[in-house]
Design a protein around this ligand. Sequence first.
Ligand code: HEM
Length: 426
Amino acid sequence: MTHGFYNNPIISTWSSDFDKDKTHIYFKKLFHKYGSVLRVKFPGQPTLVMLSQPEHVKTILQSSMDNPVRLPMESLKKARYQDAYYDKKAGVVGENGPEWSRVASILRPKVLRPDNVHQYLPQVDQVALDFLHRRLRETPADPGVCLISLNQRLGCLDPSLPTGSGPEHVIAAARDFMTAIKECETGSKLWKLYPTKMFKQLQKSMDMLKETCNGVLEEIESKMQTKLEENPGARLTMVEQLLSQRDLSRKDVITFMIDLIPGGTDTVSNNRSTMADMAAVILYLLAKNPDAQRSLQKELDRVLGDGAAPLTPHHLNQFSYLKAVVKEANRMDENEFEHHEQFLPERWLRHRPYGTIHPCASLPFSFGTRMCIGRRIAEQEIYTLVARMLHRYNVEWKHGELERPLKYVFSPAGPLKFTFIDRQIK
Ligand code: HEM
């Protein structure tokens, strides 16, 4: 039986069996019942169309390439529109249409360029090594992203950070900013009528981040000038390249730097970094699948040796099994995968031992012109962290099943009770 789109009922998420933690299971049932195209109504949002066929996803993404539209973060947009500083420009997460295109067309090529992202690898590696000492402590803001957006390590992982220190203020502002966006986007919408406490928190924290970014950028600009005077051909960092774009104002850069902070954060469910969630789920799946863990460690030993040298792009390029592990941990649509009930990273290896995979069968970062702009930054962080951890430790899970509801990515629902055992590096 074919299911014409307009013949399909509108599914409402007011429905009693809708569980926001198990959306993929809920929608799977609906796809089974109504076919591969669903119309869904979330309260207070425009009607959404959900697709289950990768070929349909590809068609839609390709046909919307020229004008990709996404629901903007409305509270962020309103806060920016009310602040004269932003000249009624809300940045890539707040805008669609020509204003999104104006900034995105300049930002995306720079931010997604692998060699620009690789410039931060030594610091990201150092963050990962420090993280090993702290063992997956939850951090409110993602330390690696702050490293790039604020061009400095904030010391989120440093337990001895003194109260009232400069970095602590910035961390607090980033935390307040993310909490406020989460509350305003998912909680009561009274802020649309008057400035609620959370909306004021959003404005205040954004002001603080604006001031910080402004100060940081002033410093970068003056250092860049000296650098270019000494060597006109010097290689510019990603942020320096953005500052040098004639069609991008300093305000555009600051807006973008602030957008990077919630960019890597799941504002829908918690204030933890999406990457911390993703890394935890990867560790859990490796702990539950010792064969895959051993295959990964074999690759890490071959590529990293004793692990004493800093991580380089050359190392990252050789991590084919690690990349397959990350893809396997994030895949969803069961119908598309042979032996879908098993954790088989091998299926993603170049020779595709378990059959071909449609390029749109699994898209955690989306695809096309509006694909996640932080994708390469996120991937570099995940690869670095998982590589460093699994190279140094065997990871075990001695408890029952860890629930992993689908939020922005699959996310652990319970405490992370991993056992790490030092390994003999071969
Ligand atoms: C595992 C981590 C991450 C996942 C799964 C993820 C996923 C996504 C997805 C699905 C989108 C929407 C794409 C679309 O509308 O088609 C998106 C957009 C975005 N992401 Fe990420 N993301 C992650 C990490 C990051 C990080 C680390 C940053 C910042 C450094 C970031 C910054 C952004 C921004 C700014 C946008 C909006 C881009 C635009 O609308 O032009 N993301 N992300």
